[in-house]
Design a protein around this ligand. Structure first.
Ligand code: HEM
Length: 443
């Protein structure tokens, strides 16, 4: 047993601890507490003890020590209610096996082959914006990005197309995530089997997702000619037992990738368009790079290595608005971090939103300045770190750069004055009330 002093933290209510303050403004509370109390802050959420860590050394320590810190957490349990046990939520040997099987599908060469679909689907969206422009209507960029990235992940990983499936499943996933986040914020809650209106809506949304996903799996079983991530999983056999993935394993992994692979990138892009609209000099520099490197033709995957400023713009946008704003781990045994006691079974939270705003690593942290990324940066974890590093990071960076380049080549986006944009922390960090922008042809 390791013993040490209890970390400092904001005082809360006798019973609920800091729960009310967390619910009111979790981002503000975490940021303020890290500045006031230091790199290790202790919170109490009802009966739960949670430590917020924000020094990059401590962050690395926790994310690299899978044996001491795992993902058997409350947030994983909540997400499992949607996608069951999968790459995102499992631990130990089952996780290792899944990751080994799936990693090859996400190697750079594999991903490169998906570029053509990303470009095609983006071109379709850009064409549709013409109608909005002619009618003088604003476009909700956040919603458009959500739709586009959903279609991309569904098409590239599972060969899924079709307007009605797309909107049904995308809406259902949004409802599932919102319900899950609401439940995450409650220490005491009705169990999922109690037919509260929220639980009933959750079940209906899950049925919609299940129906479509199981149908896509059946289509892949019937037609072995399909070539994508799902078909690769279908062919996999366990090295020891020779067992194949069951339909319910495939369902869990498919839903996981639909979930993890679209809202994140969509929000990264929405924030990027917002930040560019507020920083016209950066936008100009970005347009100059696109014009020099592409000369007006659409980008290809091969062009991306030359679009260095485009890459930096997305990196800087994910610094200020990391789509995954908090990572949670469970301490398996008692530990000491920064000299403070971390009890076994308690939660440790790492917030990219807080780490990315630490002034000692990010001078003038609130300023949007992509050139910071002309140097290697240490306190930067939008995709996590260690074993559980995002498996889709290459996919996401390729997709985000292609979309950003294509949108800017075709359109100028102007943020409508009077609309306030506030970050809303759900499962991902999104602009509250969307992001309405006026589109006009790029000059
Ligand atoms: C900008 C976009 C994205 C961001 C910011 C992002 C962020 C993250 C982060 C921070 C983690 C680690 C969570 C933790 O350690 O607890 C993660 C894991 C994961 N991400 Fe992403 N992600 C993005 C896009 C994607 C895409 C496009 C896919 C799939 C196509 C994907 C699939 C996954 C999966 C399956 C995991 C779990 C990996 C594991 O535990 O082995 N993500 N992501």
């Amino acid at each position: 047993m390791k013993l040490g002093p209890i970390a400092p933290g904001p005082r809360g209510d006798f019973l609920l601890g800091n729960l009310r303050a967390f619910r009111r403004d979790v981002l503000g509370l975490m940021l303020k507490s890290a500045r006031e109390y230091g790199d290790v802050v202790r919170f109490r959420l009802g009966p739960l003890v949670v430590h917020l860590l924000s020094h990059p050394d401590q962050v690395e320590y926790v994310l690299q020590s899978a044996r001491n810190y795992d993902k058997a957490t409350r947030s994983s349990a909540k997400i499992s209610s949607i996608c069951g046990s999968s790459l995102l939520t499992s631990n130990g040997e089952p996780w290792k096996r899944q990751r080994r099987l799936m990693q090859p599908s996400f190697h750079r060469q594999q991903i490169a082959g998906m570029g053509a679909d990303m470009i095609l689907l983006t071109a379709g969206m850009l064409e549709r914006w013409q109608a909005a422009q002619l009618r003088g209507q604003a476009v909700d960029i956040a919603a458009e990005m959500m739709r586009l990235t959903y279609r991309i992940v569904a098409k590239t990983l599972m060969g899924a197309e079709g307007e009605s499936d797309s909107s049904a499943i995308e809406q259902a996933i949004t409802a599932l995530l919102a319900h899950t986040y609401r439940r995450w914020g409650k220490v005491i809650d009705w169990p999922a089997y109690v037919p509260t209106p929220g639980n009933l809506r959750f079940r209906r949304a899950l049925q919609v997702v299940d129906q479509i996903v199981y149908r896509i799996i059946a289509e892949h079983r019937a037609d072995r000619g399909k070539r994508n991530f799902l078909s690769a999983l279908l062919e996999e056999r366990d090295g020891e037992t020779g067992d194949a993935f069951s339909d319910s394993d495939l369902r869990n992994e498919s839903i996981t990738f639909l979930l993890a692979g679209h809202e994140t990138t969509a929000n990264a892009l929405a924030w990027t368009f917002y930040l560019l609209s507020q920083n016209p000099d950066v936008e100009q520099q970005l347009r100059a790079e696109l014009s020099t490197e592409l000369g007006g033709r659409p980008p290809t995957v091969e062009d991306l290595s030359r679009l260095s400023f485009t890459t930096m713009v997305i990196q800087e946008s994910m610094r200020l608005y990391p789509p995954i704003w908090a990572l949670e781990r469970r301490a398996i045994a008692d530990d000491l971090i920064g000299g403070f006691f971390i009890p076994a079974g308690s939660s440790v939270v790492i917030s990219p939103y807080v780490v990315h705003r630490k002034e000692e690593f990010w001078p003038e942290a609130e300023r949007f300045d992509p050139t910071r990324f002309s140097r290697r940066q240490r306190a930067y974890i939008p995709f996590g770190s260690g074993q559980r590093l995002c498996i889709g990071s290459e996919f996401a960076m390729m997709e985000a750069r292609l979309i950003l380049a294509m949108v800017l080549q075709a359109w100028h986006l102007e943020f409508l004055p009077g609309d306030a944009v506030t970050p809303e922390p759900g499962i991902t960090l999104r602009p509250k009330n969307g992001l309405r922008m006026r589109v006009s042809p790029a000059r």
